[in-house]
Write a protein that binds this ligand. Structure first.
Ligand code: PLP
Length: 460
């Protein structure tokens, strides 16, 4: 028997994160006046040690010992050869998936949640607010806060709150508090409800609520935490790709294609950034972030400065965006319902270093179901986007008769998303496509925003 899982020995777990800002220049965030903002302007929102990481250009950053200690509950995570899926597809491609679904909350998100809780604790913070889409981030942060004895308050996008009640229960078991967004607790929430009392909610609105709740706390002991998009989040996730590199080396392989789904961009960044460094240095490798057809920020949005949230509390970020007012259709992959994309990922798209792809909801569940039947694990709805693209690439490899090595990030399991699978099997799921008119209307709304630099930004 040849083992399917490539397991990295515990002692081989990477002890540093890779910071892509050492190799790529990312357009800085701007204030409302259109000028780059200084670290002090972010200090009511984030602790200073995290702000320092956000702007750092140091290539390798040590992972603190207490963070490594908690990582070691589930890391190094397995890299698994998907031989049964390969067989079902009758493909000459070799498919490997990195299983980030084996963390306590079931996704890649604790890689940054644990780090962020640690840095907040170090800085003397006692309470963290955040938003969550499908509930993966809220549960990851609740878990991390429990590890460090911090309070956690989560604003959960209403449609997911209703579709996924057990994510709320998970947060509560770990001691977090979770309420549906928009709520009446914040001005941003009340405004959103006034605009549309039946709104399904969006990550943009929930971020506004969580930021408002943090900065309006007068004790000075509350900060906000974001589960994706920002540079420090991408940084913390790079442990994924760094482990994959070592695991592939153990198997004597190097990837031709890397694939991950992209909502805010963090699990994609985690897998891809260490390989982007190789690509900058001349390696040939295709790198695909995959987004839903219902929320196509990279493939159909504008590369522009835009707000990270609906109420415009955040600085302007240089990213691919469908506009901060966009409320994406209520597809089941709640974690991919975000109007923007991480500035670091957007910059790589602009540089042509990574190539975004879109997939539709139905092909995702088809892919998720085939994966579950062959490889066993039931993927999160977000993860099925990466798997749909993987299957498409494996079929292409068959047509071309090429032995490609495809590595896909299995960002999380779907055991709390079974209602979505139930609807799919009952034939109740539909594809959602945004018309050209709708996209033009969305772009029009943000046309006046400052335009980021497009110059080649590779630092040499
Ligand atoms: C949150 C989430 C995503 C999307 O977020 P990214 O920041 O783009 O990674 C993808 N997969 C799973 C399982 C998630 O929980």
């Amino acid at each position: 028997m040849k083992p399917k899982a490539i397991l990295l020995p515990a002692g081989e777990m990477p002890r540093q994160w890779y910071n892509i800002q050492a190799d790529i220049k990312i357009n800085p965030p701007l204030g409302p006046d259109g000028k780059p903002i200084g670290p002090e302007m972010l200090s009511p929102v984030f602790p200073m040690n995290i702000i320092e990481q956000e702007v750092s250009t140091q290539r390798w950053i040590d992972i603190p010992e207490p963070v490594l200690d908690i990582y070691s509950i589930w890391r190094p995570s397995p890299l698994i050869r998907a031989t049964a899926l390969e067989k079902a597809l009758d493909t000459p491609a070799r498919i490997y998936y990195k299983n980030e679904g084996c963390s306590p909350p079931g996704s890649h998100k604790p890689n940054t949640a644990v780090a962020q809780a640690y840095y907040n604790k170090q800085f003397g913070i006692e309470r963290i607010t955040t938003e969550t889409g499908a509930g993966q981030w809220g549960s990851a942060l609740s878990f991390a806060c429990a590890q460090f004895g911090l309070e956690c308050k989560v604003y959960m996008v209403r449609v997911s709150f209703e579709q996924k009640p057990y994510r709320k229960t998970m947060m509560e078991v770990w001691g977090g508090k979770c309420i549906p967004s928009p709520s009446t607790e914040t001005k941003a929430g009340r405004d959103a409800l006034a605009r549309d009392p039946n709104t399904p909610g969006s990550l943009g609105i929930a971020i506004s609520e969580a930021v408002e709740a943090a900065v309006s706390d007068t004790t000075g002991k509350t900060r906000y935490s974001l589960g994706s998009v920002l540079n420090h989040v991408m940084l913390h996730q790079t442990i994924i790709g760094l482990e994959v590199k070592k695991q592939l080396a153990m198997a004597g392989e190097y990837p031709d294609i890397l694939i991950a789904c992209a909502g805010g961009g963090s699990n994609f960044a985690g897998l891809a950034f260490p390989f982007v460094l190789d690509k900058i240095n001349g390696k040939k490798i295709e790198i695909y972030p995959v987004e839903p057809q219902a929320c196509p920020s990279m493939t159909r949005g504008l590369f522009t400065y835009d707000y990270g949230d609906t109420a415009r509390y955040t600085p302007l970020l240089a990213m691919h965006s469908l506009g901060h007012m966009f409320v994406p259709p209520p597809i089941h992959a709640g974690g991919l319902r975000y109007h923007g994309m991480a500035p670091a990922v957007s910059q790589l798209v602009e540089e042509g270093l990574v190539t975004p792809k879109t997939v539709n909801q139905l092909s995702c569940y088809e892919a998720g179901s085939l994966f579950a039947k062959t490889e066993g694990f039931i993927p999160a709805p977000e993860t099925t986007h990466a798997l749909a693209q993987t299957i498409a690439e494996a079929r292409l490899a068959k047509e071309e008769g090429k032995e490609k090595v495809i590595v896909v990030n299995f960002s999380g399991h779907g055991l709390l998303d079974l209602a979505a699978y139930e609807r799919y099997m009952a034939g109740g799921l539909k594809d959602v496509f945004l018309s050209d008119e709708k996209i033009a209307e969305l772009k029009d709304a943000i046309k006046g925003h400052p335009v980021p630099e497009r110059l080649k930004s590779i630092r040499k």
